[in-house]
Write a protein that binds this ligand. Structure first.
Ligand SMILES: [Zn+2]
Length: 307
């Protein structure tokens, strides 16, 4: 069914042009990042959510026009290799195992999951999951008012909370049902699958805003626990909120990781800094738009690394 859709869309002139541009991007790579996957995504969520069907179409399309490879391989392709794609997921979501894993296994493609390991420490949900629940329960206006913030959309409100731990703490004043704790079962399934696992910090701080000591600590705290649960060394890192500069990249390098990933949307090619590798999060566009944007992103200039 999915491959039928991919084949049908492949005949659209705009999509054919996109596929030709992708085929011409030899030696290039593009890393995609996803967060939560849902059968039916919430309307206007504060954080990115994609439907299972859209995700499966995107995986089908990428397999059709290039090679979906394990994440480390996207950095090490030859100059003349076919365009390479790597799929990544961030944060501790049960939907990784519940919805993403079956799609990946059906298509026989690899992905890397950047986890916090919060369930290992008995920690509750991330603040943005509480925010989404509060908005679904009380409405955006009421939540924004309780927090004393002006925001026209859930995304705007989430952006305000991202830079203020005080506002994140104030979410406890908003009436919320108890969110069920993360179920160990789904994470055991994820860790037992033949997929890559990377580290994403337990507390998910904005690393660009913390001091040097806190930065080094965030890169180690909980890392060994997740490595033990995963039964392997964790050599890949994804910056919380996707943000990093030279200082953060140096710290991750020092902490013994082999590569680290932002959300700068840049493609991978000769000259890419292994500690500032961009990733692009596709939104819930049509497959036609996704195909066109993939071609465009893959051919974008390579960002110069640290000197
Ligand atoms: Zn994250």
């Amino acid at each position: 069914m999915i491959m039928q859709i991919v084949r049908r869309v492949s005949h659209f002139p705009s999509v054919r042009r996109g596929a030709e541009r992708i085929a011409g991007a030899r030696g290039r790579g593009l890393v995609l990042v996803y967060h939560e996957i849902a059968q039916v995504p919430r309307e206007d969520p504060a954080t990115p959510t994609i439907s299972v069907a859209e995700f499966e179409q995107q995986v089908g399309w990428l397999s059709h026009v290039g090679d979906i490879v394990p994440l480390p391989n996207v950095l090490d392709g030859g100059r003349d290799s076919r365009p390479r794609f790597a799929i990544t997921f961030d944060d501790d979501y049960e939907s990784h195992a519940k919805y993403a894993l079956p799609v990946l296994e059906r298509h026989g493609v690899p992905a890397t999951f950047f986890l916090s390991g919060r369930w290992l420490h008995g920690l509750g949900r991330y603040w943005w999951e509480k925010l989404d629940t509060a908005i679904a329960l009380s409405g955006l206006e009421s939540v924004a008012q309780t927090l004393g913030v002006d925001a026209a959309t859930p995304t705007q409100l989430a952006a305000r909370l991202e830079v203020s731990q005080d506002l994140q703490g104030m979410l406890d004043q908003v009436p919320l049902p108890d969110l069920p704790p993360l179920s160990d079962r789904w994470f055991q399934m994820l860790l037992g699958a033949d997929m890559g696992i990377g580290f994403h910090t337990v507390d998910h701080p904005r690393l660009t805003a913390v001091g040097d000591h806190e930065l080094d600590e965030a890169l180690q705290s909980g890392r060994a626990d997740l490595a033990e649960a995963a039964g392997r060394h964790l050599s890949l890192f994804a910056y919380p909120h996707g943000r990093a500069g030279a200082r953060e990249a140096d710290a991750v390098d020092r902490a013994g990781f082999e590569a680290a990933f932002t959300t700068s949307k840049d493609p991978v090619g000769a000259g890419t800094d292994r500690y500032l590798v961009g990733r692009w999060e596709p939104d819930t566009a049509s497959l036609e738009d996704f195909a066109a944007e993939t071609a465009w992103r893959l051919n974008a200039p390579i960002r110069p690394g640290r000197n």
